[in-house]
Design a binder for this molecule. Structure first.
Ligand SMILES: Nc1nc(=O)c2c([nH]1)NC[C@@H]1CN(c3ccc(C(=O)N[C@@H](CCC(=O)O)C(=O)O)cc3)C=[N+]21
Length: 306
């Protein structure tokens, strides 16, 4: 059966298209009022997973009418130089949002970089202040992959209140923010990680299972409750017997799909939606910047003001 006609697949593409269309409308209006949205991507060194992501960011930003500019820095750059570059972007009124692609080389302290991005330009929601807002139930600007994963779960129509959710993986950028987003929605959340005694025992109890650990096919059919929703956030590159490489998730999709009621494919699941949410976050950041502009100048229409 092909992907598109199997209803068990929760595909990110259609949801992403809806979001991008809405962003495009917003961006058109913002431009007419003198606030063209502009997103800057910062890449340090070379990583395959980042290349895929940035390529899609550029393509979808263009569709949405958001200016996109990539700044590439060599792996040998110092953290001081990077911080200075970020401060320059913070101060540039033409720049709406800044995303620092992860990973960065080991000698660069990523937390320091994330904290250097001005919270009003933090389109990834990784500044300590932004992450803090998630704890306080202010959910409109969350880390993109986490937000995309939760949004796909909502596509199932399941009531999140009291839902038994298990998250495998507790990273700062995915697992932990998913846990907070779902707690805000009233779910009962269990987070498993590399020290968890039996991931399988927890996973089998889940009505919704999120997996983000970077281990190809970690989750097998016998670890999934019949009828569950499975959100696969893994992106692993695998070389097949014929020598070509392809992307697989953290879930053994072929077997798990016989047990689960919903499953996100990889590729085509969380990934496309992650990009759309980054663009939506850029518009959220722009509207916050415009609110500040209005409080300062008495109008949020920059063209009318001049
Ligand atoms: N600060 C930061 N935030 C991230 O969210 C982040 C990051 N760094 N570094 C790299 C990883 C990887 N990542 C992807 C997002 C979307 C696709 C994506 O669009 N995938 C499509 C297309 C795949 C393809 O074209 O082959 C899909 O799954 O269908 C891929 C990878 C975000 N990451």
């Amino acid at each position: 059966m092909s992907l598109s006609d199997d209803s068990r697949y929760l595909r990110g593409g259609p949801v992403a298209q809806r979001i991008i269309a809405a962003v495009r409308e917003d961006a058109t209006i913002a431009k007419a009022e003198g606030f063209p949205p502009k997103l800057i991507s910062i890449t340090v060194g070379d990583t395959d997973a980042v290349d895929v992501y940035v390529r899609n960011q550029r393509a979808k930003a263009q569709l949405a009418g958001i200016d996109f500019e990539e700044r590439r820095f060599p792996a040998t750059i110092t953290s001081g130089e990077l911080e200075a570059a970020i401060h320059g972007l913070n101060a540039d009124p033409r720049v709406t949002g800044i995303i620092i692609q992860r990973p960065v080389p080991a000698h660069i302290p990523i937390k320091m970089l994330q904290a250097a991005v001005h919270p009003l330009k933090d389109v990834e929601g990784m500044h300590p202040a932004s992450i803090g807002n998630i704890v306080y139930n202010q959910l409109d600007l969350a880390p993109c992959t986490a937000a995309a994963s939760v949004e796909l779960l909502k596509e199932t129509g399941l009531d999140l209140k009291g839902l038994e959710v298990v998250i495998v993986g507790h990273s700062e950028i995915v697992g932990k923010p998913i846990a907070f987003l779902l707690m805000s929605e009233g779910a009962t959340v269990t987070v498993c990680h590399h020290m968890t005694r039996s991931v399988a025992a927890h996973a089998r109890r889940a009505d919704a299972l999120f997996v983000a650990v970077g281990k190809p096919r970690l989750i097998k059919a016998d670890m999934v409750k019949p009828g569950a929703a499975v959100i696969d956030i893994g992106i692993n590159s695998e070389v097949g017997p014929d020598g070509t490489s392809r992307i697989v998730g953290d879930v053994d999709t072929d077997s798990v799909k016989e047990v689960a009621s919903w499953i996100t494919p990889v590729p085509g699941g969380v990934g496309p939606l992650t990009v759309a949410i980054l663009l939506r976050n850029t518009m959220v950041a722009l509207s916050r910047q415009r609110a500040l502009y209005e409080a300062t100048y008495g109008t949020s229409d920059r063209l009318a003001a001049e």
